[in-house]
Design a protein. Structure first.
Lengths: 126, 504
């Protein structure tokens, strides 16, 4: 049981980006213009802090969110999708004319109980 | 054809050039890599113009030009800078109707808003900062009979400014006017969703702003915005955007040890106390409009009053009027002067808003009106103004949707209203409405937000400071205090004593 998945279309974009930029990471943004959207960066470009939660990995990319935001999101399963668009942030897919976005669904109670605990703070390898 | 034109009620789409270039050192400069990207209008998906796809080399050129210009601009008199700011304001005012049409085509917002709010506010902000620097003074303090402390404000130098797409010209003005007034030179990276209107404005301003004082570099965030935010010769970065990019920009600023200001959005509560419904009068009508303000600019405002908190005793009476007023919002072609709500700024924004409407329904929030896409103009991105009823722990109450989506809940006591209002990660704006003279002061003081509108909403005068608490950022915009975010303090500590200290 995972907290984050991605659609085939998003997986396609992700593999293009990996070919160009190497290993990648995601950090879920909150607030404002291009916010409430997943941001895709070269792995290590965004410094993970003690206040970040690792929700899981998608196609080898860590998916992070700030702890306080996770409090309001933890009962929902997230699927990263992609849509034509321009975005306005430093997320790496923007020059391709597409933007990652999150689609959410509520966990069933049975699923929720099976979820593994999340990791807090930077990983030892980083 | 003529018949068709007769039934169209909207004003003319302005004519654009086929492409625009970067504005560097007072010249229109093609991007080093020679690439351009399409800027499409959210009104109908049509092409506006091709814009430069700039990269680090273009940013370097712009920073060089700004640094060179700063050698003289940083030393100009307040009189000279003020005169130039006033000239900018005059040009905007003279071309207001044209620029309003440009901004509407670029961003999708209704013409009545660009005509009545965006552009007039741009004019006023330039005039305000032109005015305040003429009246400003430093200070001289005699610390003792022989020692004088002079405090002189000096511009920080070259500022990198990253502009959002929701008010392309006004947000650029909020950053440009005080920076220029303070004596800084600027490199602007407009949002890639709305890059053209500022290029159009600076064509009109040619010959007014000295070469290199304002430089505009277009392009995508990861390719042009990031090198600007990381640049070693940029002395300050001003950012409006979201939390993750905000953190990234602070991370870059920490490498260069330069200051930043951050405006990072919100989830603003709009609180209506029981007394607002004591009479069905002009003020009650104002309150109803105040609640419907969530639809201004299609909800694409950092301070969108997206959480409506209503006293439970007046809920039915108040919401009946709010829903009726929301249903009366006229959607349509943004260039039609009667249209009240236009297009969302982009397809990805449109998709994101619909994904939030979906999660709201999944979480069990009740749709009171709206709840899906609207089909105002083919090819454009239109959404119905939507009201949900739910509770404050739902994601639609906690996340900035940046669309015309209102989440309403009730409270029983003032304490509960404050508690719900402050139960959010953000603290940018808030609204408080009451007829009770006592609580008009005491309750807003308890709300953790940088701007609390009391018995009003969405007013942005140049001389009222604006900015966030909590995760909405720090630093302020507008008001003369903004000048200090673009300056540093030089202290001359002068001794008039002829006697040595006696240590050595």
């Amino acid at each position: 049981m995972s907290r984050v998945d991605l659609t085939p279309a998003a997986a396609d974009i992700l593999s293009q980006l990996k070919a160009e930029h190497g290993p990648l990471m995601f950090h879920q943004s909150g607030g404002c213009c291009d916010g409430s959207s997943p941001m895709c960066f070269a792995k290590g470009d965004f410094i993970i802090g003690e206040s970040d939660v690792l929700l899981g990995q998608i196609d080898g990319c860590d998916f992070w969110m700030s702890e306080d935001q996770f409090e309001y999101w933890k009962h929902t399963h997230l699927t990263i999708d992609v849509t034509p668009g321009r975005g306005a942030s430093f997320s790496l897919e923007i020059p391709l004319g597409v933007r990652f976005l999150i689609r959410s669904r509520l966990f069933e109670m049975a699923e929720y109980e099976q979820l593994p605990p999340v990791h807090m703070g930077p990983l030892a390898t980083q | 054809m003529e018949t068709l034109e007769l039934v169209e009620t909207h004003v003319n789409r302005p004519k654009f050039r086929s492409h625009y270039d970067n504005y560097i050192g007072g010249k229109w400069v093609p991007p080093v890599g020679g690439e351009y990207f399409d800027n499409q209008s959210p009104v109908d998906g049509s092409l506006i113009a091709k814009m430069p796809r700039s990269k680090a080399a273009d940013v370097d050129m712009a920073v060089d030009a700004a640094q060179k210009a700063f050698e003289t601009w940083g030393k100009t008199s307040a009189t000279e800078r003020s005169k130039i700011l006033l000239q900018i304001a005059d040009v905007i005012e003279k071309n207001l109707e044209f620029l309003a049409r440009v901004e509407t085509v670029e961003n999708g917002k209704a013409l009545r808003e660009t005509m009545a709010a965006d552009l007039p506010l741009c004019v006023d902000h330039f005039r305000y900062f032109a005015g305040v620097i003429r009246a400003e003074e430093g200070s001289a303090t005699e610390l003792n009979a022989d020692t004088l402390s002079l405090i002189i404000k000096e511009p920080v130098g070259v500022v990198g400014q990253i502009i959002p797409w929701n008010f392309p010209l006004l947000m650029a003005t909020w950053k440009l006017a005080p920076a220029l007034a303070a004596g800084c030179c600027v490199v602007i990276k407009p949002a890639e969703q709305t890059p053209t209107s500022i290029a159009v404005l600076f064509e009109l301003l040619e010959g007014i702003v000295p070469a290199g004082v304002v430089n505009i570099v277009h392009g995508f965030g990861p390719e042009a915005g990031k090198p600007l935010a990381q640049h070693k010769r940029v002395n300050k970065v001003a950012f409006t955007g979201e939390t993750t990019t905000g953190r990234l920009i602070m991370q870059y600023a920490s490498e260069n040890l330069v200051p930043v200001t951050m405006e990072l959005g919100g989830k603003s509560p709009n609180i209506f106390m029981k007394s607002v419904a004591d009479a069905d009068d002009e003020f009650f009508d104002k309150c109803v409009e105040g609640a419907v303000m969530f639809a201004l600019n299609q909800g694409e405002i950092c301070t969108c009053p997206s959480r409506l908190l209503v006293h439970e005793d007046i809920y039915d009476r108040f919401m009946e009027r709010v829903i009726a007023r929301t249903k009366a919002i006229k959607l349509g072609h943004p260039l039609d002067p009667d249209t009240m709500m236009g297009a969302q700024a982009s397809n990805d924004q449109y998709e994101k808003i619909l994904s939030y409407i979906d999660i709201g329904k999944q979480e069990g929030a009740e749709v009171l009106t709206g709840g899906g896409p609207a089909d105002s103009v083919e090819g454009g991105y239109y959404i119905q103004p939507t009201i949900f009823k739910g509770h404050n722990k739902m994601r639609i109450f906690q996340e900035e949707i940046f669309g015309p989506v209102l989440s309403v809940t009730t409270f029983k006591t003032p304490e509960e209203a404050v508690s719900i209002a402050n139960d959010t990660l953000y603290g940018l704006g808030a609204g408080f409405w009451s007829r009770d003279a006592h609580e008009l002061y005491t309750i807003p003081r308890q709300i953790q937000a940088g701007r609390v509108w009391v018995n009003c909403y969405h007013d942005y005068p140049a001389h009222a400071p604006f900015g966030g608490y909590k995760k909405s950022g720090f630093g302020r915009e507008n008001h003369l205090m903004m000048l200090n975010h673009y300056r540093q303090v030089k202290n001359l500590l002068i001794s008039y004593s002829k006697n040595k200290l006696g240590f050595f």
